[in-house]
Design a protein around this ligand. Structure first.
Ligand code: ADP
Ligand code: MG
Length: 400
């Protein structure tokens, strides 16, 4: 593909906050962005230069997008693969439908890891009741996850025995699932890898993630991990991007269990919530990188300019003692190094991602202390303390 120059149109499937931040980054470079999303009140649609309001599979909507844009990307992995395939007949689509498909389905994702010798946690693919009847007891206590359409902990049930797993599977409509052993996690980390159409790759600094109730709550960058773990995470993320033939920004989420292994949890074929710190803290943001790759422009430098801690802002904060209120933004902005990002969603609901605050500091410790102040002002739990430095990585057996 020839390069798409600033001033031309880039297309985006999906209208959420990741799309909004993509629009803003692409627009800063002078691109125009056309968003296709069915929602009337979509965070990306509100800032895009044009918004095609149709279903993702609507022929006329997809035509409008390809008439205007030479290249299209996506901002959420559950966009129908058929829509991406249709677009690919008329324009460049990055990442390709085939690589998005692997991340859309936990069964395909786990098989991909196993086939490529990438370590994951112990798990079982569940397609029939017999699979659960014969499930190894070592997988319990475990988590039964639907293969498709899960996010932010949705589609997941904790199960402590085969019987419970069979019941949960029946209640969930007997859809294909993955049963995972519940691991004792020392830490969770993620690596954002960027790969352009020529196969050139770069990674952002490793991020350390704290989840609460299955939703990302805090991200600390750079992660408080040994160099060895950081290097290994980068190596694995690049291997995944390469094996997928991936073109775009890809996030690889890792588990660091108590025993010092490094296991892939899941991948997301797009910029990621854990990479939001890159907007304020890195030379190039994950969204600018997505736009550069889509337009066939050189990858940007991923160096981090200041340590950063990101706190997610969920809709819960709009409700205080049973009353609806606006969170105290002025108090947040009074704290040195705090940067507020709200996604323009009009309807706060508990658990809904409404925005985030990135707090910069001279050191990770000072960014954490300031993030603690922001958390107190907002009435959320402060970031948790770091675990002691990890032991050596244990040699990795192939995936099980
Ligand atoms: P989602 O698509 O919702 O992000 P994940 O599989 O990443 O789904 O699960 C969300 C979070 O739940 C993880 O980041 C982790 O905190 C916890 N979790 C998921 N699977 C496991 C597991 N096998 N063992 C321990 N914790 C887990
Ligand atoms: Mg996840």
């Amino acid at each position: 593909m020839t390069t798409i120059a600033p001033g031309e149109w880039l297309g985006l499937l999906g209208g959420g906050q990741l799309g909004r931040m993509f629009c803003m980054a692409a627009q800063s470079m002078g691109f125009r962005v056309c968003v296709l999303d069915p929602g009337d009140d979509s965070p990306a649609g509100a800032v895009a230069d044009d918004h095609v309001r149709t279903d993702y599979l609507d022929e006329a909507g997809l035509n409008e997008l390809t008439q205007r844009c030479r290249a299209v990307t996506t901002e959420f992995e559950n966009v129908p693969a058929a829509a991406m395939k249709k677009l690919a007949d008329h324009c460049v689509v990055r990442p390709a439908a085939e690589s998005v498909a692997v991340a859309q389905d936990r069964i395909q994702e786990k098989r991909f890891m196993v086939n490529n010798g990438i370590a994951t946690g112990p798990h079982l693919i569940v397609q029939r009741v017999d699979d659960l009847e014969g499930a190894p007891l070592s997988l319990f206590p475990g988590i039964l996850k639907t293969a498709r359409l899960g996010y932010d902990g949705k589609g997941q049930t904790s199960v402590s025995s085969r019987d419970e797993a069979i019941h949960a599977w029946s209640r969930g409509g007997r859809v294909p699932c993955v049963l995972e052993q519940r691991l004792r996690l020392r830490q969770e980390i993620s690596c954002l890898v960027c790969r352009d159409a020529d196969g050139t790759m770069t990674t952002f600094p490793i991020v350390e993630n704290e989840h609460r109730g299955g939703i990302l709550a805090v991200a600390v960058a750079p992660a408080r991990v040994t160099q060895e773990i950081a290097d290994k995470a980068r190596e694995v993320a690049q291997k995944i991007a390469e094996k997928l033939g991936y073109v775009g920004v890809l996030c690889v989420e890792f588990f660091v269990p108590d025993d010092g292994r490094l296991l892939v949890n899941e991948i997301a074929p797009r910029p990621h919530n854990s990479g939001h710190f890159t907007i304020d803290a890195c030379v190039t943001s994950q969204f600018e990188q997505q736009a550069r790759i889509l337009a066939g422009l050189p990858l940007g430098a991923t160096a981090q300019l200041a340590p950063a801690v990101m706190l997610n802002i969920l809709g819960d904060l709009w409700f205080h003692n049973g009353e609806r209120r606006e969170p105290p933004w002025a108090d947040v902005l009074r704290i040195g190094g705090a940067k507020l990002h709200l996604y323009g969603k009009r309807d706060p609901r508990p658990g809904r991602k409404m925005g985030h605050v990135t707090v910069l500091g001279g050191t990770v410790a000072s960014a954490l202390a300031r993030a603690g102040d922001v958390a107190r002002v907002l009435g959320i739990e402060p970031p948790k303390a770091s675990p002691p430095p990890t032991l050596q990585l244990t040699p990795q057996p192939a995936s099980q």
